[in-house]
Ligand binder design. Structure first.
Ligand SMILES: Cc1cc2nc3c(=O)[nH]c(=O)nc-3n(C[C@H](O)[C@H](O)[C@H](O)COP(=O)(O)OP(=O)(O)OC[C@H]3O[C@@H](n4cnc5c(N)ncnc54)[C@H](O)[C@@H]3O)c2cc1C
Length: 474
């Protein structure tokens, strides 16, 4: 399949991900004269933050579920202008599974995607450069009962609320750790769900220790105060330094047991209490999506893609922006996307990038990176969360591997790292390829979570792989 935007002398940038980072990058690059193909797996632009109700639901006030709606309107209008002018192409429902660097003399990149909800039809986009803006995904840690129907992630609850105007029950507990718990608890409460408790393992004293770094972002402090006021208004009980010990139910969730954490992050014996609920939205922060960057050979910094001041990765022709470089929320993604788009456009057009043109965005980026680094040290799962994982708790859902099997692999079969645990137990070999169970397996094996170097970003039908091979041989 050829890409019409490849024709002609105008340089062509493929942006993967149409969330805040990808949209900001697309608009910035297109405004500087580069042709952009924006590729995203979702049916509409917006990513996680600007997810909106499907058109068929005829929501009268979709902005009611959002803050910073004006920013979305500006991005949407700019994108629509470029789409009309033909400077941007937006490929929706394109699930990118691989980005290939073409050899000399052709150079450039081929983006391989699978089309539509069935993800069986292949599609290719050829471009001179690639900008990765694939965002992040939620970190999930297991505990007894976490696989019961009714237990979901905070992002899942938020996606249902924003995308389908639906809630998954009448009484919810929102739990885990991270800033996402706040919009989820207030969003569910505003939608009429009784939020029985917001259970966060973070220690309020840790906020005090980081107060200088946090107070340097007054806008964020006001945002946090706004959430606190809404929690109060909806009478949501805040249980700080608490954790979920167990989810109960026969067919589906009926209640959860929560407990207080001591100073070491261990459950305080005797502090357990039961809260009836039919929904538990539980998550422990987010992790960057780095699969595409890893297969391109981009260096990582910790768990995110390493970028320089222009948002360039260390692979020539590849930029990265937003949560793929590290978790930092919508504002940071917008700033990074803007810088990446401008830098990519300048370099593709052969002009010297002008950092003065993105000085304001760079300032925002510095401030928000500092803020989120401080926040990251405050929001952490309980230090001893693995003690709650009983031997019969399922850890890898795809392959139904239990905590006991992982412990046995480590203690009795000598596995010293997640890869050996995987080979011995099949944990991480299923459909999600360890995206969900990776942090749990690493924790139970007593290892740091490291990038898993998956060959493809999505499961690929064998037929598609076979056809890709045929194309290569031509
Ligand atoms: C489920 C979920 C819900 C969230 N809800 C909120 C919220 O309500 N409020 C809040 O403040 N923060 C929320 N967040 C945090 C949010 O991720 C950031 O605030 C912000 O959206 C990050 O912007 P981004 O552009 O970096 O990434 P994203 O917004 O995540 O955008 C990434 C885009 O890349 C696309 N993509 C990823 N991989 C591929 C691929 N292989 N092929 C094609 N397309 C791909 C995705 O479809 C997505 O559109 C949520 C996060 C998650 C995971």
């Amino acid at each position: 399949m050829t890409d019409p935007n490849r024709e002609g002398a105008v340089p062509h940038l493929a942006v993967i991900g149409a969330g805040p980072a990808g949209l900001a990058a697309t608009v910035a690059a297109a405004a500087l004269g580069v042709r952009v193909t924006l590729v995203d797996s979702a049916a509409e632009a917006g990513g996680q933050f600007y997810r909106r109700p499907a058109a068929g639901l005829r929501a009268r006030r979709p902005q009611a579920l959002h803050h910073q709606w004006r920013t979305w309107e500006r991005l949407r209008d700019a994108l629509e202008g470029h789409l009309r002018a033909g400077t941007v192409r937006h490929l929706t429902e394109h699930h990118v599974w691989f980005v290939e660097r073409r050899a000399e003399p052709d150079r450039g990149f081929t983006v391989h995607a699978l089309l539509g909800p069935e993800q069986e039809e292949p599609a290719e986009v050829r471009a001179d450069a690639v900008l990765l803006a694939t965002g992040g995904y939620e970190k999930v840690l297991p505990f007894p009962g976490w696989t019961l129907p009714g237990v979901i992630t905070p992002g899942g609850a938020q996606a249902m609320l924003k995308g389908a105007l639906a809630v998954s029950g009448r009484t919810a507990v929102v739990a885990g750790t991270g800033p996402l718990l706040l919009p989820v608890a207030t969003g569910l409460a505003a939608a009429g769900v009784e939020v029985a408790a917001l259970v966060d393992s973070a220690d309020p004293k840790a906020f005090v220790r980081q107060s200088r770094a946090l107070a340097a972002q007054p806008g964020k402090v006001v945002e946090g105060a706004g959430f606190a006021a809404r929690l109060l208004r909806h009478r949501v009980r805040l249980l700080a330094r608490h954790t979920i010990v167990e989810a109960h139910g026969s067919e589906r969730l009926e209640a959860v047991t929560v407990a207080h954490l001591d100073g070491d992050g261990r459950v305080r014996p005797g502090s357990e209490r039961r809260i009836p609920c039919d929904t538990l939205a539980v998550g422990h922060g987010m992790l960057p999506h780095t699969d595409l960057a890893e297969t391109l050979g981009c260096r990582l910094d910790g768990l995110g893609v390493h970028v320089d001041a222009e948002q360039r990765t260390d692979v020539p022709g590849v930029w990265a922006a937003g949560e793929t470089t590290g978790i930092g929320g919508n504002g940071l993604s917008l700033a990074e996307g803007h810088i990446a788009g401008r830098s990519a456009a300048a370099r593709l057009c052969g002009t010297a990038p002008d950092p003065g043109a993105w000085a304001a965005a760079a300032k925002v980026r510095t401030r928000l990176r500092t803020f989120f680094a401080a926040l990251d040290s405050v929001y952490a799962p309980p230090a001893h969360w693995t003690e709650q994982v009983t031997d019969d708790t399922v850890v890898c859902r795809c392959e139904e591997v239990t905590g006991g099997a992982v412990r046995e692999a480590v203690a009795e079969l000598g596995a010293g790292d997640p890869r050996t645990v995987k080979l011995l137990t099949r944990a991480g070999m299923g459909w999600c390829q360890g995206r969900m169970c990776g942090p749990a397996v690493a924790g139970l094996a007593g290892c740091e979570l490291t990038p898993s170097r998956r060959p493809f970003a999505r499961p690929v039908p064998l037929g598609v792989l076979a056809r890709a091979g045929e194309t290569d041989q031509q």
